[in-house]
Write a protein that binds this ligand. Structure first.
Ligand code: ATP
Ligand code: MG
Length: 481
């Protein structure tokens, strides 16, 4: 292994890491199981740039308090990865050998959550630090399940669930609190760069999975066999494309092949979870890249088959630059720390598709433009085969933005009716849509000009924070599997 640790922002010239891995010093007196762990690569603080001051005060408090109480306390996941790369992490997660009850004992401000994975939330004023006990990866195949004290759970009632750690209902893993060693915990993670630990006790980075090497080489590599790990949880394919774009990393060829071959397995994933993943993509700051790559790899077609088919059709193809521009707009908002309503994002991405569908409905059923638009929006957003479960309230907001376009087209912009429209809830988002559309399609410019000359239209510059109708972005807790 020859990881060259050219970390950005390294405090002092880091020494090469190609020395033999230093075994974790305290392995011998660790809890049962840990002694069997293969030796990780341990990089002392003098050879990496991660300093405790870079960690949020809340996460640092959790790490230090666990350490003082005699537990292992590691910063893990994207927090370590991003700090080593010189990027501000979205959130900080902690992994420890303390059990959830023990964590609760250490922190008064702690709640144990989750049934499938029990973890502790240490709650601060503005932030929650997710603190998870080291976990093992269990193959949900029957053999492994029976090996791990499988108990059949008769119902969803909490009281029916006995304490042991692994359970299945109809073959689906409903609970797998199989605690593991740090090595197990690193290996059950998705990508090598997500499997690094920062040990608060001595400031070292602990690498069981070759994450440091891949961080230096800027490669996103799956831990284990990509085909098997994607089969286990197909959402990892979507995460791969997002995280690689976010970091500017190349996805390892074997994982690319697996994505091309297994993309359709996403149909097995929860549609709510996929909706959340799409939200994360749009707000990750590199949404346009993710869109391009997801289309090239065929993942976009799997998740949104109807939109993909429309983009390949004669009426949709001219709008490919439009939808790419919409994704690029999300990236601009992210840079300006603005958080658009998901409905505005759907309107920007799919506006022409809604218009097309509305025209088709009018031609077929003779509905008014307004009623056809009301019907067109859910017909596109809930198209058969689409793998995302878009919440109803988002669909309602998209209908509002799109029907306001119809109403604006029919109004002189100066009448009493126009005044009424201007005061309508949601007009600010409709105005942003119109400005975005007019910038892309000259045929829409006269409508915008008419409305601008007829009176104030909110959000004159929708990319700045002044008077913007978009929320200021705050870090958001990603949903758990
Ligand atoms: P970011 O927070 O920047 O989106 P992240 O890598 O921190 O990226 P999270 O969703 O916060 O992503 O997850 C935290 C960590 O949990 C990951 O770094 C990874 O180690 C692990 N993880 C998350 N999702 C999965 C998954 N589907 N399979 C395996 N491990 C996962
Ligand atoms: Mg994270």
């Amino acid at each position: 292994m020859n990881p060259s640790p050219d970390f950005p922002g390294s405090p002092e010239p880091a020494e090469p890491l190609d020395a033999a891995p230093v075994p974790a010093a305290d392995q011998a007196d660790s809890p049962a199981g840990f002694a069997d762990d293969p030796a990780p690569l341990v990089v002392p603080p003098s050879q990496h740039p991660l300093r405790p001051e870079m960690i949020s005060p809340e996460a640092l408090k959790v790490l230090r308090r666990l350490d003082e109480s005699g537990y292992k306390a590691y910063l893990c996941g994207g927090g370590v990865r991003d700090l080593l790369l010189g990027i501000a992490p979205k959130d900080f997660d902690v992994a420890t050998d303390a059990r959830p009850e023990e964590i609760k004992h250490v922190f008064r401000n702690c709640r144990i959550i989750g049934r499938r994975f029990r973890l502790a939330h240490v709650i601060f004023r503005d932030v929650i630090i997710e603190t998870a006990t080291f976990r093992a990866l269990l193959d949900p195949s029957p053999t492994d399940a029976s090996a791990a004290e499988s108990v059949a759970i008769p119902s969803r009632r909490r009281s029916d669930i006995p304490d042991p750690t692994y359970a299945t209902r109809g073959g689906v893993v409903v609970r797998d609190n199989v605690y593991g060693t740090p090595s197990d915990d690193a290996r059950r993670r998705d990508f090598t760069v997500n499997g690094l630990f920062y040990d608060i006790a001595d400031g070292s980075i602990i690498d069981y999975v070759g994450g440091l090497r891949d961080l230096s080489a800027r490669v996103l590599r799956v831990i284990g066999d990509p085909a098997a790990r994607f089969h286990e949880d197909p959402v990892r394919m979507v995460r791969a494309v997002r995280i690689a774009s976010q970091l500017g990393f190349a996805i390892e060829p074997a994982a690319l092949d697996a994505i091309r071959a297994q993309g359709s397995e996403l149909a097995m994933s929860s549609r709510e979870r996929l909706y959340e993943e799409m939200l994360k993509i749009r707000n990750c700051g590199h949404a346009r890249d993710v869109f391009d790559q997801a289309r090239a790899l065929g993942l976009f077609r799997v998740v949104h088959p109807a939109v993909d088919a429309w983009l390949d059709s004669p009426s949709g193809t001219p709008y490919l630059p439009w939808i790419r521009k919409a994704y690029a707009q999300f990236d601009i908002w992210k840079r300006n720390r603005l958080l658009p309503h998901p409905a505005l994002q759907y309107a920007l991405m799919l506006g022409p598709c809604f218009e097309d569908e509305a025209a088709r409905i009018t031609a077929r059923d003779g509905l008014s433009d307004y009623d056809a638009m009301i019907a067109a929006v859910p017909s596109v957003m809930r198209a058969p085969g689409d793998l995302t479960q878009i919440p109803k309230n988002v669909i309602l907001e998209v209908q509002r933005i799109m029907t306001l376009q119809v109403q604006m087209r029919k109004s002189t912009a100066t009448s009493r009716y126009a005044e009424n429209l201007r005061n309508r809830y949601g007009f600010d988002l409709a105005a942003i849509y119109l400005k975005f559309a007019a910038a892309l399609d000259p045929a829409r410019k006269p409508l915008l000009d008419r409305w601008l000359s007829g009176g104030p239209v909110p959000a004159h510059d929708y990319n700045t924070r002044r008077h913007h109708p978009l929320r200021r972005s705050r870090p958001r807790r990603p949903p758990r599997r």
